[in-house]
Design a protein around this ligand. Structure first.
Ligand code: ADP
Length: 243
């Protein structure tokens, strides 16, 4: 009896994940098309567009990008939950990867009057990662630094010891020791202060980021001296051994 129930549950779970994946695919395609057309209109491919319309179209494009990001996060979650290996690994320069995420987020930081700085050693070895997924994980962490900080800013530091370490420090709302343990495991759970400071948060970013980092054989954890004391996120990625 118990075995049969277990099998039924497993089947249901697989059906649910497949349903979610199919739905997300059908969401992502039209969203990507929408973003493409808005970009072409903004670039003047269909004629001159006045400044006021351009400003509104930029909001439209930003919202579409946010939706695409969310759909991607949900898609990743269901794939990880199905135990699928979803990484497409290639060799990349870590600085280029981190820099591209920082540049993507620079307008967001500038709008809040926050600094956003990269510190790096003179040379770093290449890393073997899935660039899109790795960037998604980094984006979530750096974006949190910006969203949960009201004054000061965010520093992203790259370091090499036996592994590659990426440290993201902010001067924001901080968190309790208990919270810094929980944030990677719980979906949709958010801190009270976090909801106040960043109403648009969804509580899925760190869960998916930690799954992505773990799938790369890495580790991620958070530290904070407490409320109002800022937070530091550490991300460790093993380096390939020299042959
Ligand atoms: P979201 O930011 O959308 O709520 P996340 O999974 O990225 O979802 O983060 C989960 C929770 O962890 C946040 O709601 C917040 O309470 C806390 N958190 C994450 N990053 C930070 C940070 N840099 N500073 C303070 N709290 C943070």
């Amino acid at each position: 009896m118990e075995k049969q129930a277990h099998q039924e549950l497993k089947k249901l779970d697989a059906a649910k994940s497949q349903f979610i994946m199919a739905t997300q695919h059908h969401l992502r395609t039209p969203l990507t098309i929408m973003k493409g057309y808005v970009s072409m209109i903004l670039e003047g491919d269909y004629g001159r567009v006045n400044q006021m319309v351009k400003d509104k179209l930029r909001f439209f494009r930003e919202s579409t990008e946010k939706l695409i990001r969310l759909v991607n996060d949900f898609l990743d979650i269901s794939q990880f939950q199905m135990g699928k290996s979803i990484l497409k690994l290639t060799k990349v320069k870590p600085v280029e990867l981190v820099q591209s995420v920082i540049e993507e987020l620079r307008p967001e930081a500038a709008e809040k009057g926050l600094s956003l700085e990269l510190q790096q050693p003179r040379s770093l070895p290449q890393i073997k990662v899935d660039p899109a997924k790795f960037k998604e994980a980094l984006y979530n962490i750096i974006n949190n630094g910006i969203q949960y900080t009201q004054q000061g800013g965010v520093v992203v530091e790259l370091k090499k010891n036996s592994a590659l370490e990426i440290i993201v420090r902010d001067t924001g709302i901080g968190m309790s020791p208990a919270q810094s343990q929980q944030i990677f495991n719980q979906i949709f759970e958010r801190g009270e202060k976090a909801k106040e400071v960043y109403a648009l948060g969804k509580g899925v970013g760190l869960y998916i980021s930690s799954k992505i980092i773990e799938a790369h054989g890495g580790r991620i954890w958070a530290e904070s001296a407490g409320a109002g004391q800022g937070s530091t996120f550490h991300l460790i990625l093993p380096l390939e051994k020299k042959k």
